[in-house]
Design a binder for this molecule. Structure first.
Ligand code: SF4
Length: 125
């Protein structure tokens, strides 16, 4: 998959939060889908990744980074690729794309909160 033209590492990025990520001891294959993964297999793997993210102390920083950098692959901060793409649909122009630290978390606060809700984890009702 080609990198999106807006994908770029933000100028003010810091990486120290990654040292505290709950995924450091998790199987990386849970966070990144294999080629052609579809349907229930994808849903189950995404939910397994979200479950790790749900208990992560740096989830907001991670989601903020992934949104700001337009990270194309994987579950970051509990957000799937599709959930991040849905966030971008509400951004009017490249000029209003969130680039500064905290802006990604701000524009996607609702999506970030719902990303690890019981229903998102497959635990609802
Ligand atoms: S939020 Fe998820 S992907 Fe991000 S550091 Fe934490 S466990 Fe890893």
């Amino acid at each position: 998959m080609p990198q999106h033209p807006l994908s770029q590492i933000p100028d003010d990025v810091v990486w120290d939060w990654q040292e505290r990520g709950a995924c450091r001891t998790a199987d990386p294959d849970v966070f990144f889908h294999p080629q052609n993964e579809r349907g229930m297999a994808r849903l189950r793997r995404d939910r397994a990744a979200k479950a790790v993210c749900a208990g992560c102390s740096v989830r907001i920083q991670c989601a903020d980074y992934a949104i700001r950098s337009r990270e194309p692959y994987g579950v970051w901060g509990g957000l799937t690729e599709e959930e991040r793409e849905a966030v971008y649909q509400h951004i009017a122009s490249a000029a209003s794309f969130p680039r500064k630290r905290g802006e990604g978390a701000l524009i996607a606060a609702d999506v970030i909160a719902k990303a690890v809700s019981p229903s998102a984890l497959g635990q609802a009702g």
